[in-house]
Design a protein around this ligand. Sequence first.
Ligand code: SAM
Length: 244
Amino acid sequence: MTRPATEPLPTAETKHEFVEAMFDAIAPRYDLLNSVLSLRLDSSWRRVAAHQTNLKAGDRALDTCTGTGDFACELARWVGPSGEVIGTDFSREMLRWGEPKVSKFPNVTLQWADTQALPFPDGHFAAVTVAFGIRNVADTQRGLSEMARVTKPGGCVVILEFNRPKNPVVAWGYGIYQKLMPLIGGLISGKRSAYAYLPASIDAFHSREELAGLMETAGLHSIRVTDLNFGTVVIHQGLKGNKK
Ligand SMILES: C[S@@+](CC[C@H](N)C(=O)[O-])C[C@H]1O[C@@H](n2cnc3c(N)ncnc32)[C@H](O)[C@@H]1O
């Protein structure tokens, strides 16, 4: 079970539209706020997560909930010029703000798609990723099942996501930081409610163990969990196909 939220969150019925409208609204300031709120650590977290995709030159990868395309661009370095990365998102504004960045990478394309209904055939990608996105998908299980479906046997799914630190001292400091998020986010973006949603959605999201269970239900196995940043950021890696 997920923990009760500390801030008002959308209901299961309204979450899809709520999240889409929220990211459309904050898209112009999204990259700036990511850097500020993570103290510019977000790129290094994506780099570590990209390493866990096992991608190699010439592979085809999918980054779902790609937003402005940062993780897709990171994956592009791993697949090289002979490979291909597709970044999908359902916020047209996030994709629009990502286009100038992505245009510097000839092997990356952005495309509109709902993670809960990916427009790709089964087994199409060597790796499928999501960074700070699965928490926002209205139906987590449906999103994960779609990600697993389009992954080829032998490939893997990698999830980079915020979580709650287990160490009580870190949790105490993180609680203070979470209270500052809406203030800083509100000041820079003018959309304070979006940055009140952020800590509330982290509090309400699945634990590491629950998320690993949902990945197994989606058909993945050998789930590996790696804590980053004192356990406030977590990577889940799951493999598709037969266990060795
Ligand atoms: C916090 S942003 C993360 C963006 C990017 N992956 C990054 O690392 O910065 C979450 C993104 O998930 C997208 N999203 C949420 N639910 C989605 C869904 N069902 N289908 C596609 N995109 C979705 C939002 O539009 C938003 O761009």
